[in-house]
Design a protein around this ligand. Structure first.
Ligand SMILES: C[S@@+](CC[C@H](N)C(=O)[O-])C[C@H]1O[C@@H](n2cnc3c(N)ncnc32)[C@H](O)[C@@H]1O
Length: 268
């Protein structure tokens, strides 16, 4: 594992505990993107599929169910893989996708927001290409700019208000908005063929009562709350909830999302 990815592994291993606790809510919020990847997977027969940065494995399982293919999820965080392995239906590997030597060859590689955290994106996609059969498809979703994703932007703003010295996001370093500029995706996919980057706008939804558990267990707000003194957390959660009032409509939370759907193929 490279030094940069060891840092991400530690971060995600901590975050993974929260993700595992609210994995059903995450699945609900992220359903539109699962559907995109499942549709792509079901376009043609698949024998073996790799899900990169699979987290707790929701997409891996959905693709396995839709295609009947042998599906492998890879993730660098032990807590994520442990949660993924609680379900059957797919094989889950604890490894750094940037450097891991995959034994199998895949005819489809998918990822839902799992490819923006590599220390060296180009090296990672080259390594993933080595695991792809000639002509294999690559299909992943990644976030567009924070300004186009007001829910995530609110979460970042609130987190900074809670903990002012929270490290600032490096727009070019590992992080959710790393590929907001599509030229960065194209550069990372050097050596892949037929690269297409398509904007996708979808509404994400969750029940109002799931909002506080969702924010308290994942993303920048959860990181800020973890760092806050324990006796202040309840008060801070109230403040956080208030900041998201604009996204609550009659018992449901809904917010627009702006992503790129990236497709490519491994050269023949
Ligand atoms: C935003 S989460 C997405 C999880 C999952 N794909 C989903 O949609 O629920 C990003 C995931 O990428 C994983 N990850 C980050 N760097 C990685 C690496 N170098 N190799 C494998 N997985 C990595 C993290 O551990 C985390 O589970």
């Amino acid at each position: 594992m490279t030094e940069g990815n060891a840092e991400q592994a530690a971060l995600w291993n901590t975050s993974g505990q929260g993700w595992a606790r609210v994995q059903d809510i995450v699945g609900q919020v992220m359903r539109p993107f699962e559907e995109l990847l499942v549709r792509k997977a079901a376009e043609k027969p698949r024998r073996r599929v790799l899900d990169v940065g699979c987290g707790t494995g929701g997409v891996t399982r959905a693709v396995a169910a839709a295609t009947g293919a042998e599906c492998v999820g890879v993730d660098i965080a032990e807590s994520m893989i442990a949660a993924a392995r609680e379900h059957d239906r797919a094989v889950f590997v604890l490894a750094d996708a940037q450097t891991h030597t995959f034994e199998e060859r895949f005819d489809l590689v998918v990822s839902r927001f799992g490819v923006m955290f590599f220390a060296d994106s180009r090296a990672a996609f080259t390594n993933i290409r080595r695991a792809a059969e000639p002509g294999a498809d690559l299909c992943f979703v990644t976030w567009r700019a924070p300004e186009e994703n007001p829910f995530m932007q609110t979460a970042e703003r609130v987190a900074t208000e809670l903990i002012p010295d929270l490290p600032a996001r490096d727009p070019d370093g590992p992080g959710p908005f790393r590929f907001a500029d599509p030229d960065h995706v194209r550069a990372a996919l050097d050596g892949w063929a037929d690269v297409e980057v398509t904007p996708i706008d979808r509404t994400a939804r969750l029940p109002e009562e799931a909002l506080v558990p969702y924010l308290s267990n994942m993303g920048p707000v959860s990181r800020a709350l973890r760092q806050a003194p324990e006796d202040e957390r309840d008060r801070l959660v109230g403040r956080v909830r208030h900041a998201f009032d604009g996204f609550v409509h009659g018992g449901e939370v809904s917010f627009p999302t702006a992503t790129w759907l990236v497709t490519a193929s491994a050269p023949l």
